[in-house]
Design a protein around this ligand. Structure first.
Ligand SMILES: Cc1cc2nc3c(=O)[nH]c(=O)nc-3n(C[C@H](O)[C@H](O)[C@H](O)COP(=O)(O)O)c2cc1C
Ligand code: SF4
Length: 359
């Protein structure tokens, strides 16, 4: 595990190894959006990664994706988040957080009655309550992201990741399927990229080098946003000063055809393409269960860091066991997919019973 466990320095922050805990929503909060004791326990259990990225955290009340989503849209959220960042740091990882707006994926139930906002109604299910964003609202939401990033810094997070994947607001702007606006935020690629590129610039301007600012970029989707457009977006983010990028899919997993082939997942191959084309430091993700697989990915130079989702969800000590050379004792994910929209850990057949939330 020599390369997987080797350190990496990014913008003066040194990660002790190349293992990243991927952002994974727990829905452990409530209407307040505040950090609960179960959040602290959840992240405290997961020792060993060089970087832990706290789950999608709402930047605006109307961008909430679940009624129990963690929030970072008011100053009262800082206190709990500070405790969370301290817990993660005490465990030896750089504390990171993903900042998120659900756009058209939010609903009146998840926002407690606030109207969900979308770039355009294209691609939104017929009859779903939502409203198209005005230019003023676009700027207000960009301001909400800046406020969230400033709170994250105040709470002690050292890595801030804009959620620009999986069909949420940023991807709704990027994709030609969900963005049919006829102003400067819609139409040709450069207009669809505008929301994200401006967003990165204003956040970077506000917080400078107090934290790494990056994006989880949904680089392509099945039909709509192409891999070429994803590469172009990453190149522009790099030109604006982004040094590291986390690659996933946009709305759906694309077919990469013959453009890239490896023994690893499509998502990981997308990360490898972005690394090859842009030369950026890349976090790849998708389908890694065993430490040997993560080591092969890093040692072959496909990407620079490997993010693990379900593997660390079901065995919180995955990284620690790898560090201690106890790989054989890792409880491996069975790919049963029960966790995908889970609210209670008991749905995972592998996960420790002691992780049962207290609420
Ligand atoms: C329970 C669960 C919650 C997730 N929540 C988030 C999230 O908050 N933000 C995000 O970008 N991805 C989220 N994901 C996706 C993971 O970060 C990861 O990209 C995906 O699970 C693929 O990696 P894996 O094969 O290692 O699990 C979630 C996945 C799971 C299983
Ligand atoms: S619920 Fe299934 S897919 Fe999810 S982490 Fe557990 S074993 Fe893996």
């Amino acid at each position: 595990m020599e390369t997987l466990l080797s350190p990496l320095t990014i913008e003066s922050k040194t990660l002790k190894n190349r293992i990243v805990m991927a952002p994974m929503a727990t829905w452990l909060s409530d209407k307040s959006g505040e950090v609960k004791v179960d959040h602290i326990n959840h992240y405290n259990h997961r020792k060993g990664p060089g970087l832990i990225i706290v789950e999608a955290t709402a930047v605006s009340p109307e961008g909430r994706l679940a009624a129990a989503q963690l929030g970072i849209f008011e100053n009262r959220h800082i206190k709990g988040l500070k405790k969370l960042a301290e817990t993660i740091r005490a465990g030896g990882a750089i504390p990171g957080i993903q900042i998120h707006h659900g756009g058209g994926k939010s609903s009146l139930e998840t926002t407690y009655g606030l109207m969900p906002l979308v770039p355009s109604k294209s691609g939104v299910k017929e009859g779903k309550p939502c409203r198209e964003l005005t230019i003023e609202e676009i700027h207000r939401i960009q301001g909400d992201f800046v406020g969230a990033a400033e709170r994250a810094v105040e709470a002690g997070f050292e890595y801030i990741e804009i959620h620009g994947a999986h069909g949420y607001l940023v991807t709704q702007f990027l994709s030609p399927i969900t963005n049919k606006r006829d102003d400067i935020y819609g139409g040709p690629l450069e207009n669809r990229q505008r929301f994200l590129l401006e967003l990165f610039s204003v956040i970077k301007k506000a917080i400078g080098d107090q934290a790494i600012v990056t994006c989880r970029l949904g680089a392509a989707e099945q039909k709509g946003l192409t891999m070429e457009e994803g590469i172009d977006t990453a190149e522009k983010l790099k030109a604006l000063g982004m040094n590291i990028i986390h690659i996933s899919c946009a709305h759906t997993i694309p077919d990469l055809g013959d453009s890239f082939d490896s023994d690893f997942s499509v998502l990981m191959n997308m990360g490898a393409i972005i690394k090859e084309k842009t030369g950026m430091t890349v976090i790849g993700v998708g389908g890694v269960k065993e430490p040997g697989t993560a080591e092969s990915i890093i040692s072959s130079g496909l990407v620079d860091l490997v993010a693990l989702g379900k593997a660390i969800l079901c065995d919180p000590r995955w990284a620690l066991k790898t560090i201690e050379g106890k790989e054989d004792s890792i409880a491996l994910c069975r790919s049963c997919r029960r966790c995908l929209w889970f609210t209670t850990p008991e749905k995972c057949p592998v996960r420790m019973k002691s992780e049962k939330p207290s609420q």
